[in-house]
Design a protein around this ligand. Structure first.
Ligand SMILES: NC(=O)c1ccc[n+]([C@@H]2O[C@H](COP(=O)([O-])OP(=O)(O)OC[C@H]3O[C@@H](n4cnc5c(N)ncnc54)[C@H](OP(=O)(O)O)[C@@H]3O)[C@@H](O)[C@H]2O)c1
Length: 332
């Protein structure tokens, strides 16, 4: 008989997350009660924010408790329903965690059309990361044609969409990524105008050469020294969408930013944002992204880990930059 498999948080990591910080258990498959549905998950998303949820410290969302199922976005199929809005056979995306089966009240769950784009795309380019790119770039940076948009972690789930949307806006899209393979992908497949491999050294000089007119919009995914280098290139009245600081998520000490003066003298508008602050735009953004992907105007790549047991290792790999594009786990 089929059983549920779950990945639980076993320890709060101090510094780099380890596979032993997770515990994989087998449980009975739960039954939905009145007003609930049972979902069989087929895809799990692995995202940098999950590292923050493993800490006890206060963030914008509650921590995962020790012994609880790890939080995570999933795509799956409704296999039993006592909910008026969901039927058996519906395909759904939501946050049901690192597990094969989940009971849900339907809150935060959306139906998806698996024929419009591949179901896993609803976790990446047509999901939360894609909406993050959309909202951060088009709402917070609002770049005009001809402006230069610089994005870090440029070949990842968010960054790859930012660069392509910037190009569609008529901007010069410049990426920062780790390694030649990633930069080649950004240039040849995603259509970036330039890409700086930060692992090759000379980061500031190479960024300056890639952005001869300076930077009008910085979409910041990484933080740390890369962000300091990008701050030095900001133009007067430029905008920074502060989306993430993945370079610091496993650090024991925060990085001390040195280039704040550039924000002052250039009268920069820097805005930290969380995608779910703009639920008013979320579904609209997803609809547009689905259309762009199905029209072939937006490309994406997935790094696929096989089976739920591979999730801890793949998660650590993603935080170390082993993924190209969106990191997902195929569950069945
Ligand atoms: N604000 C929001 O609402 C929101 C929503 C979603 C995501 N985010 C943030 O957006 C960022 C990107 O998320 P994602 O899902 O698209 O992840 P991702 O880019 O697909 O994967 C993470 C990437 O981060 C890069 N990275 C890791 N450590 C680094 C370091 N020390 N220096 C430079 N790059 C490093 C690696 O790429 P390289 O190999 O190129 O180094 C790695 O592939 C994260 O900071 C995440 O927290 C924010």
């Amino acid at each position: 008989m089929a059983r549920n498999v779950q990945v639980l948080l076993a320890n709060r990591p101090d510094g780099w997350v380890k596979e032993s910080d997770f515990n994989i258990v087998e449980r009975d498959i739960p039954s939905p009660g009145p007003g609930e549905i049972l979902i069989e998950n087929s895809w799990l998303s692995l995202d940098p924010y999950m590292r923050g949820r493993m800490n006890a410290s206060k963030s914008y969302a509650a921590a995962v408790e020790i012994g609880d199922v790890m939080v995570g976005g999933t795509v799956g199929k409704v296999i039993a329903s006592q909910h008026p809005k969901f039927r058996e056979g519906d395909h759904v995306v939501g946050s049901t965690g690192w597990q094969l089966y989940a009971v849900s009240s339907g809150e935060g769950l959306s139906k998806i059309d698996p024929d419009a784009v591949a179901p896993s795309a609803y976790l990446g380019v047509c999901g939360m990361p894609g909406a993050t790119a959309w909202i951060g770039l088009l709402e917070h940076c609002a770049p005009q044609a001809g402006e230069t948009v610089l994005v870090s972690a440029a070949t990842g789930a968010v960054g790859s969409v930012v660069g392509q949307l910037a190009r569609l806006q008529g901007c010069r899209a410049v990426g920062i990524a780790g390694g030649k393979k990633k930069c080649d992908y950004a240039l040849k497949e995603l259509g970036f105008d330039a890409c700086v491999d930060y692992k090759a050294g000379n980061v500031f000089d190479n960024l300056k050469a890639a952005c001869p007119q300076g930077v009008d919009c910085l979409f910041e995914n990484v933080g740390g020294q890369l962000m300091d280098n990008a701050f030095r290139l900001l133009n007067p009245f430029s905008r920074v969408a502060l989306c993430g600081m993945v370079a610091e998520y496993n650090a024991t000490e925060p990085y001390g930013v040195t280039m704040m003066r550039s924000l002052l003298v250039n009268r920069v508008n820097l805005r930290g944002f969380i995608v779910f602050d703009r639920l008013d735009l979320y579904q609209k953004a997803i609809g547009r992204l689905v259309r762009l992907v199905s029209q072939g105007k937006l490309r994406y790549h997935e790094t696929v880990a096989e089976g739920l047991a591979s999730a801890p290792r793949a998660f650590i790999g993603m935080l170390k930059g082993e993924n190209l594009g969106k990191q997902v786990v195929k569950l069945k």
